[in-house]
Design a protein around this ligand. Sequence first.
Ligand SMILES: O=P(O)(O)OC[C@H]1O[C@](O)(CO)[C@@H](O)[C@@H]1O
Length: 568
Amino acid sequence: MASSTLISDTQPWKELKAHVDEIKKTHLRDLLGDVKRCESMAVEFDGILLDYSRQQATLETVNKLFKLAEAASLKQKINSMYNGEHINSTENRSVLHVALRAPRDAVIHSDGKNVVPEVWKVLDKIQEFSERVRSGSWVGATGKALKDVVAVGIGGSFLGPLFVHTALQTDPEAIESARGRQLRFLANVDPIDVARNITGLNPETTLVVVVSKTFTTAETMLNARTLREWISSSLGLSAVAKHMVAVSTNLTLVEKFGIDPNNAFAFWDWVGGRYSVCSAVGVLPLSLQYGFSVTEKFLKGASSIDQHTRSEPFERNIPVLLGLFSIWNVSFLGYPARAILPYSQALEKLAPHIQQVSMESNGKGVSIDGVPLPFEAGEIDFGEPGTNGQHSFYQLIHQGRIIPCDFIGVVKSQQPVYLKGEVVSNHDELMSNFFAQSDALANGKTPKELQNENVAPHLIPHKTFSGNRPSLSLLLPSLNAYNIGQLLAIYEHRVAVEGFIWGINSFDQWGVELGKSLASQVRKQLNASRTKGEPVEGFNFSTSRMLKRYLKASADVPADLPTHLPQI
Ligand SMILES: O=P(O)(O)OC[C@H]1O[C@](O)(CO)[C@@H](O)[C@@H]1O
């Protein structure tokens, strides 16, 4: 496809559009009755089983989607990413998060240079540093070992590490290696988040890791200055060198902030923020908490999926299949949202992380060449672990809007519980719901079935389930560091596949800039009004009204307060 051709102008796109009517005539209840079809709609790789037989699709649909992939030059685009070409064209950068988890002897080029040795240099430095901190050979300003870590960062410098940390927290191997240690995340610029993070911590035994790709993000820098104050007001300014380290691509600003550049962990502009969890962004805090060997297993899991994505034919390629079905659901069947439903409490932060990976990547209105899209790209991601979600928003999913669902199940629980006399183990109870929900959505329940059950006629419309609601199921063998890495990479690559097909740039995020610059105008106004009594001006009527009300109602706050940290 010529680079300026929109995917929606291609024949395979038009054929899929025409195919929708045929599919709308089918019902998943019948499609699931076709055993041959279902047999071929599953893929297994490295212990993971993907079943996509509950997609509103026939084998013909799948073939048409492969043709679409061909028209979008999907294979070439995947190769361009792995080859370090500048596929993030608006920022003139390679996109090489796959290099972050590549084996030591791999060769991956960006701008003519093999980046893998640099990656491993930083990984080795993290291993060495985290072992010193964990063993107590690196001590704080008063000679005490640092057992608690607060990672300060937001967006991609927060959500991925939080997801992995939360997932590892109940893994037996990770528990063992984290004994006596705490890892917390300070993301929001809301001072309440500062208060919650420092509650119960002693600066003497705390290490602060400032994580920011740019080292300019307003929220992170204010939070970093706040924690610097928290440390120095109690231990003196010189303590900062022992209690604060940084992860960034901007080592000049790290030094300017007052952090010793020797205690800075680098990454590179070819790592996008939301794809950075496998860089020092995630690896440093996770290694401090769980040790490098556990964290390395996470990297290996992600790497296994990287190899699979690059080399597996599309028919058996999990991220490619997932990406293609997302396109089918969003662009053809007209379902703009997707629910991420892990049946594992350990995966409670998967959906928040994927919200950024997916929506910041693919929420775009123009093609990679800047042509306005005649279709909507991106999808609305949300989710909760099962079974909690069942008691929250599943009503809408079953009888209201159609939301394609990702059901994620785990064969072996991290924390099995068996109670004598119970019908099943606690994990089997959880998984009974995992297996049931996808069939409930697909099959539904007809008025006839309700009549046969003697349901009162006036209740039949209320108790009818239309069914024909698509989902897919991913079954993981267990949930250790390796599996968590696999899951992360599956979603990362799926999102990239979607962007490649839509023909957009999934690796920039210009859409976050406007709000940031308007906030800076407001910040100036608040300062001028509070310190010099300047009137509110330069805003529209509505914003001025709100600002005036806010300033008036908080006028009792003196303009020049002495430093004040949370007191809880
Ligand atoms: O790591 P940084 O530079 O502080 O940026 C944090 C986040 O801000 C964004 O630029 C915008 O939300 C994200 O893409 C990024 O992950």
